[in-house]
Design a protein around this ligand. Structure first.
Ligand code: PLP
Length: 387
């Protein structure tokens, strides 16, 4: 047996462990301190009641022989795939067939699993800073990475790869910078992929936060994208499914990959839980849409509060609009961890050091709209003392 040395050589992802360790160490010395957590990447509001009711009904069905269900289709139930097409795509003029929609247990798994479709010799372009899954997945497979720097000078909008990239991971609205691309900006990537016969894996986990008309909700709004893009969506941040687990991946037939992905899923994936899928279906009912949007509205207001509050305190910030994350430059050229420590020690506020998302995240920190509103208000008040 020979192990996968690429996987073995992967560095530990210590970001969240290190945040927890430093926070606990502070609390041990200051047990009376009320630490405010503004770095949270997980949703905090409970599931909308219409989703809870749908999942209760699904559980009850499983309790009776007449309505019991065992294995479902690997690619997901037809009623959910059709609801996705009718609600998330048709209103934007995008036409898909149910065979192109694959229900998943969330974006995380498919971001990694899609790697099965491609030769390990393929080069991969990844934004820097970025959500760590793209880097780790590519490294596990031993693929060469081409970095696409997202810098303050270019408003965190990446340039096209200077050399040929076979696979491009794009994530917009972006985690961690909270930035988005306009239609014209995203079209350049689609055109690049068409010209180079590349594939774009478009992570659209935060689509629900988009409000500007010029920001595309789906990559398929762009000319030619169906030939070169796989789109990944998740109900995690959309509807509070981080623990329930459900999302979907679109593999258009025009990519030439749809049958291969179906074949792969039939072997390696036995389908998403019936209960989760019924919960996801309820998102598309009129009450479901209203309840989901009410939660999103709450998070959006928190994002605005953080972004405006930090600006008023003199910080340079990006994001917070069309996205739940606010990207903040550290003051006085401090590095990410030094600013993290000083915020913790002086204000008892926890943020996420930007360097945890890649070297180019150094000098920034991320604040999250999933934080408790009252804690955000209190944190901004405390931060006045160090402004
Ligand atoms: N993609 C991005 C950009 C994320 O930020 C996250 C989670 O934070 C995921 C994917 C994973 O989401 P899921 O819960 O659907 O696996």
């Amino acid at each position: 047996m020979q192990i996968n040395t690429h996987l073995q050589q992967l560095k530990d992802n210590y970001l969240f462990t290190e945040i927890a360790n430093r926070t606990q160490a502070y609390q041990r010395v200051h047990p009376e301190a009320h630490v405010l957590r503004l770095g949270i990447g997980d949703v905090t509001l409970p599931l909308p009641s219409v989703i809870i009711d749908a999942m209760h009904r699904a559980v009850d069905e499983l309790a009776h022989v007449e309505t019991f269900r065992g294995y479902g289709p690997e690619e997901g139930y037809h009623w959910l795939r059709q609801a996705i097409i009718d609600n998330d795509y048709v209103p934007r003029g995008i036409h898909l067939t149910p065979e192109e929609v694959f229900i998943s247990d969330g974006a995380g798994s498919d971001l990694g699993n899609l790697s099965d479709l491609f030769d390990t010799a393929n080069t991969v372009a990844i934004l820097e800073p970025s959500y760590p899954a793209y880097v780790d997945t590519s490294r596990m497979a031993g693929r060469q990475i081409i970095w696409l720097p997202c810098l303050e000078q270019n408003n965190f909008y990446p340039d096209l790869p200077a050399q040929k990239a076979d696979i491009l991971y794009l994530c917009f609205p972006n985690n961690p910078t909270g930035t988005t691309l306009t239609k014209d900006q995203l079209q350049r990537f689609v055109d690049y992929a068409l010209a180079h016969k590349s594939i774009i894996i478009f992570d659209s986990a935060y689509e629900i936060f988009i409000e500007d008309p010029d920001v595309p909700h789906s990559i398929y709004e762009l000319e030619g994208a169906k030939q070169v893009a796989i789109e990944i969506r998740s109900y995690s941040k959309t509807a509070g499914f981080t623990g329930v687990r459900c999302g979907y991946t679109i593999v258009p037939k025009e990519t030439g990959l749809q049958q291969m992905w179906y074949r792969r899923q039939c072997t390696k994936y036995n389908g998403t839980s019936y209960i989760s899928q019924r919960g996801a279906e309820a998102i598309y009912s009129p009450e479901g849409k209203a309840q989901v949007m009410s939660n999103i509205h709450h998070y959006k207001q928190t994002a605005q509060l953080i972004a405006n509050g930090l600006r008023d305190l003199g910080y340079d910030v990006w994001g917070g609009k069309n996205a739940p994350y606010v990207w903040c430059r550290t003051p006085h050229g401090m590095d990410s961890w030094s600013f993290f420590d000083s915020l913790l020690e002086q204000c008892q506020v926890v943020c996420t050091p930007g360097v945890g998302f890649g070297t180019l995240g150094e000098g920034f920190v991320r604040f999250s709209a999933f934080s408790d509103r009252k804690e955000v208000e209190e944190a901004l008040k405390r931060m006045q003392t160090i402004a």
